[in-house]
Design a protein around this ligand. Structure first.
Ligand SMILES: *Cc1c(COP(=O)(O)O)cnc(C)c1O
Length: 429
């Protein structure tokens, strides 16, 4: 697989290099030079999840990883299902929350951990994964890498802006997993990560690698579950399928659009955001004007400068997709709650992120279309919010119950780069 830097097309890499570098020069994102359509989509749809996923990833990645090795990495990473739940006649939820940290980020996080552990197994020096999380990336990355030799993980998150349970899920592991609570918001955490990658002393000294949704391995892993969704839709309902994707950094949507570019016959996409509506406003006006990030119930989507957006632009610019296949819609706090209650009436308990995607489907779906909204997190991950909105208790699934009683091991830091840098060297020198 050949990739180039969207900010400098002379910066080219293969898949393994792109995974290890994360970002290219000038913080540019890597993008595939060629996305060749699959010739056997129908045949693939009939295969079991991991077998089909290996075939798709092998098609994309090419000889950078031997097919048999790749198949093993996929088996290790995707060791839980992605069921499609029917919510109404023409509406389904793709439940992506049956992994160890109960959110879709387990797919990308676990595949990336497998690939990196394969690529660095003979390294002399350990690498450092440095990543910012607005909630779920942290947990997925922490669990995916916990106990993997030769890899240290440092996770930054906005202090007090994620749920206690979410925090416990990644800050109680210890070992090679280090967590830092930053006195600011998620965008500030992302800026700190960017600053560290721009600082050669830190980048090279600690062999930095990023693991957030910009890493190409995470994105490719996520392509696979759009095929999985399709495979579970009854044959006679597959002609007008619309995906509604609850979006923050827009990695999930990018992956879906790559699936379409590969030939999966998705009709169109709805990018669903909360009040952090940079993309819906841009899609309506043509003007890119991010506002300060606001805190919402769907806090994993509290992002006003989505870092994967340039890849979506590239999919249009390089002619893989037509702009008409995308619409964008913001759902405010009130309607997020309305949607959660509507879903409960239909017998489906959901959390704010998925509810936003459901709401914009309801607003947009035509009579002949079939809608799939992505269930990006287990409702119990947002227990307090869900219980408040729905007025009924929900129980904790096992992974959450286990860490709920443990103590947080995070360090507290202000949002200055100097304090982060000092902390990193103290932890890892
Ligand atoms: C990360 C996250 C999102 C947003 O995904 P992006 O790929 O960043 O757009 C949505 N819902 C939940 C629960 C998440 O954790």
């Amino acid at each position: 697989m050949h990739l180039f830097n969207l900010k400098d097309d002379s910066d080219t890499v293969n898949f393994c290099e792109a995974v290890q570098k994360g970002l290219g020069k000038n913080q540019g994102l890597y993008f595939p030079k060629d996305i060749a359509p699959l010739s056997n989509v129908e045949e693939l749809l009939a295969q079991p999840f991991t077998q089909r996923s290996s075939a798709i990833l092998s098609h994309l990645i090419g000889d950078d990883i031997p097919a048999e090795t790749l198949a093993q990495l996929v088996e290790n990473a995707f060791n839980f299902p992605a069921p499609l739940a029917q919510v109404k006649d023409n509406v389904y939820c793709l439940e992506l929350f049956h992994g160890p940290t109960l959110a879709f980020k387990d797919f990308g996080g676990r595949f990336m951990a497998q690939v990196l552990s394969y690529l660095t197994k003979d390294n002399k020096n350990p690498i450092t994964i440095l990543t910012a999380t607005s909630g779920d990336t942290g947990a997925a990355v922490a669990h995916a890498f916990h106990g993997i030799e030769n890899i240290n993980v440092v996770i930054l998150y906005p202090k007090g802006k994620i749920s206690t349970l979410q925090e416990k899920l990644f800050s109680t592991l210890g070992g090679n997993i280090h967590t830092v609570a930053v006195e600011s918001d998620f965008d500030a955490c992302q800026q700190l990560v960017k600053a560290a990658f721009d600082d050669p002393e830190v980048r090279d000294g600690l062999h930095l690698n990023s693991a957030n949704s910009i890493n190409i391995s995470r994105l490719l892993a996520q392509v696979c579950y759009y095929f999985e969704a399709f495979s579970q839709i009854p044959q006679d309902e597959r002609s007008e399928v619309v995906f509604s994707v609850p979006s923050g950094n827009f990695g999930n949507l990018t992956a879906g659009m790559i699936a379409k570019a590969l030939g999966l016959p998705i009709k169109r996409f709805i990018a669903s955001t909360n009040a952090n509506d940079t993309v819906p406003r841009y899609w309506a006006s043509g003007e890119w004007s991010p506002k300060p990030t606001v805190a919402t119930m769907s806090n994993a989507m509290d992002v006003s400068q989505p870092n994967n957006w340039p890849r979506i632009e590239a999919l249009f610019e390089y002619g893989y997709l037509d702009k008409a296949i995308l619409s964008a819609e913001a759902v405010d706090e009130e309607y997020t709650q309305v949607a959660m209650r509507q879903l409960m009436k239909d017998g489906y308990v959901s959390e704010p992120h998925a509810a936003i995607a459901y709401k914009s489907l309801k607003r947009n779906l035509t009579e002949t279309e079939v809608g799939v909204f992505l269930g990006t997190a287990h409702p119990a991950k947002f227990k307090e919010t869900v219980e408040n909105v729905l007025g009924q208790p929900i129980s904790l699934p096992q992974p959450l119950a286990e860490c709920a009683g443990k103590e947080t091991l995070s360090a507290n830091k202000d949002a200055s780069y100097e304090s982060l840098k000092a902390h990193l060297f103290e932890l890892l020198k």
